[in-house]
Design a protein around this ligand. Sequence first.
Ligand SMILES: *Cc1c(COP(=O)(O)O)cnc(C)c1O
Length: 433
Amino acid sequence: MKLYSTNGSKKAVSFREAIQNGIAEDGGLYIPYEIPKFPESFFSKISTLPFQEIALEVANLLLKDEIPSDQIEKIIRQAITFDAPVRKLAPGLNILELFHGPTLAFKDFGARFMAKTLSYFLKNENRELTILVATSGDTGSAVANGFFNTEGIRVIILYPSGKVSEIQEKQLTTLGGNITALEIDGTFDDCQRLVKQAFADEELNKRQWFSSANSINIGRLLPQSFYYFNAFARTEEKDLPFIVSVPSGNFGNLTAGIMASIMGLPVNKFIAATNINDIVPKYLETGIFTPKPSIQTISNAMDVGNPSNFARIKEIFKNDYNSIKNRIFGFSFSDDETRGAIKEIQEKFDYLIDPHGAVGYLALKKFANDNFNYYNSVILETAHPAKFINIVEEVTGRKIEIPDLLKGCLQKQKQSVKLSKEYGDLRSYLFTF
Ligand SMILES: *Cc1c(COP(=O)(O)O)cnc(C)c1O
């Protein structure tokens, strides 16, 4: 696979370079020159394949020119160790549950695949790679878990002290081993600034080999296309228009869906479901992309005021507003509407959904005018409701069972290194690391 930058540099890089660099030299995001297509025959047998086999087929299609198939198979067997099941709520209305991984959110797919792939590429290096990542919560826990015990890679996570939930903090700080959590006396923006300063520090980079694992890395994006194929494979009404509603923040997930459709997955429409951070729905309405400061909501993993992956979507559609508008519908919703949807889904379908999935439901409902049975529709449920236990319990009056995976880390002892938000402190720490 050869990739180029969304910022205009047409210099082709390999997948290996793209995953190691994270971001292109000119500051843009990597995007494949060409996305290969499955033959029709793949889709006639797809419902007979289990998820892991589907993931293997997609990974082979994309990466076989760069990674031998036995190694691709090894990566998939190690990374995709949990299912992405579909629950049918009503005729034409399905939920794709993406929360069965170790941190109970869809980011596990990308983080684990990226970790195993990087580890494969680094096998013959005799230096260690250090992944530096700033997190406001969920990204850090998925990355920490994904890279835990991965040979040749150490991970340093910076998180804002007192500004992540208790569950998130435990997920970040209780693994140990090759994972180190730095508790920064500052905000998420401070953490992000510190990481950028470290990447730009020439003296430091001579001593240590750094990379990032944030969501714009193509190594996290590609594996997210796997479960779109699985969604189609597991639904029953395949002759109706296939509609996918994607709760969106930075738009990585939706970009992966569009890539799946270029590979031949017959998606009729994508629905960009957002909270009041409505930059993309506004763009779809007006043709103007206006980033704004993000606003805090109860679906906080989607509180993004400048969705970076939209640059990839524009590039894929050659910046043609009309073709984007033809494929993607966008709707945004308030927290009150989101709470209402959590309650409605519990009452109508006896299903507990998290706030992000609830936004996906609202957008699909608006698109379908309540007539779900005209479509073969799927809502991506991006997190387990137990991750947002307070909101979901309050709205539904139901008790949520905390999954064993979460219970386990809640009982462990937090281990973190406390640092100020001054770059000098981080720098001295990294020099002795
Ligand atoms: C990250 C995240 C999102 C947003 O996904 P993008 O790929 O950034 O659009 C949605 N829901 C949950 C639970 C998330 O963690």
